[in-house]
Ligand binder design. Structure first.
Ligand code: OAD
Length: 257
């Protein structure tokens, strides 16, 4: 039986203590403690709203007012939220690791607000909106004119959030950069994701195939748990500060005198 130090295996701590490159994939679970509902947990977004009714281009074209209103509601929640201890721990980890990247499926921008500098957004960002006719980005004012449907001031086109909807491709280049990071990394951490949405869920498996040590942090084992090295069970906001503090101490001890 492998030796454990608290919640973590000795192997995970040693790998992180010696890592030059670390890649992290995050999902809705890391923002749960900031008060943003996840998608698939009980009470999650997809229990209350069907993705096929809201998060796709056909639904939007059929009822733009409804979809815009739903995203306006979600934007409001995101604007009122603050990065939590899990986000801040990843900011601290970035300062310890020479080559560190956060790959996120979240659209809330909380990693950037926590101070992480190298963030790849796979599913876009709810804080940006653009016109589906002329592709220009829309300002806050355009979204809050009070009209039933927000339209582009330049061409009259419909304004949509800059997030990936069902059936749409990921932003150009984002997945390629994420794949490169996963292939090269020494340790891959999958945090607060159910790992059922592809291609994001391929990344931890790709990293493991290429030799990385792959661990997840989740309140329950995710869909990929049997295929990776380790599942650390607990809330990201509690587990990550403890993990990163332990790694910080180990890295200091390892530093040549
Ligand atoms: P899900 O809602 O599918 O999964 C959230 C995961 O977080 C679950 O595995 C929970 O067990 C875990 N979790 C909940 N609270 C947690 C906490 N405090 N600490 C750690 N883990 C916790 O969300 P995602 O995996 O992000 O895509 O979903 C992936 C994609 O599905 C989303 O980006 C979205 C959705 O369709 C698009 O909109 C394109």
């Amino acid at each position: 039986m492998e030796e454990n130090v608290g919640l973590f295996s000795r192997e995970l701590l040693n790998r992180l203590a010696g890592a030059r490159r670390v890649a992290v994939l995050t999902g809705a679970g890391i923002s749960a403690e900031s008060g943003i509902a996840t998608f698939r947990d009980p009470g999650g977004i997809w229990e209350r709203f069907k993705p096929e009714e809201l998060a796709n281009i056909d639904a939007f074209l059929e009822n733009p007012a409804l979809v815009q209103a739903w995203y306006s509601h979600r934007r409001h929640i995101v604007h009122s939220a603050e990065p939590n201890a899990g986000h801040l721990a990843l900011r601290a980890l970035e300062s310890l690791i020479p080559d560190f990247v956060v790959i996120t499926q979240n659209v809330d921008g909380l990693h950037q607000r926590a101070g992480n500098r190298n963030v790849i957004e796979l599913h876009g960002n709810i804080n940006r909106s653009y016109c589906i006719s002329c592709n220009r980005y829309a300002t806050e004012e355009v979204l809050s004119t009070g009209e039933e449907v927000a339209r582009c001031p330049h061409c009259g086109g419909l304004i949509r959030p800059d997030v990936v909807w069902f059936g749409e491709a990921l932003p150009e280049g984002a997945f390629a950069r994420a794949e490169t990071a996963a292939r090269r990394t020494d340790v891959f951490l999958s945090i607060g994701t159910s790992a059922v949405v592809y291609p994001a869920a391929d990344l931890p498996l790709l990293a493991r195939h290429e030799g990385a040590y792959v661990a997840e942090v989740n309140v329950q084992p995710s869909a990929i748990a049997p295929l990776i090295d380790e599942s650390v069970l607990g809330k990201a906001g509690l587990v990550l500060p403890e993990l990163i503090e332990t790694v910080r101490i180990l890295r200091n001890e390892n530093r040549p005198a």
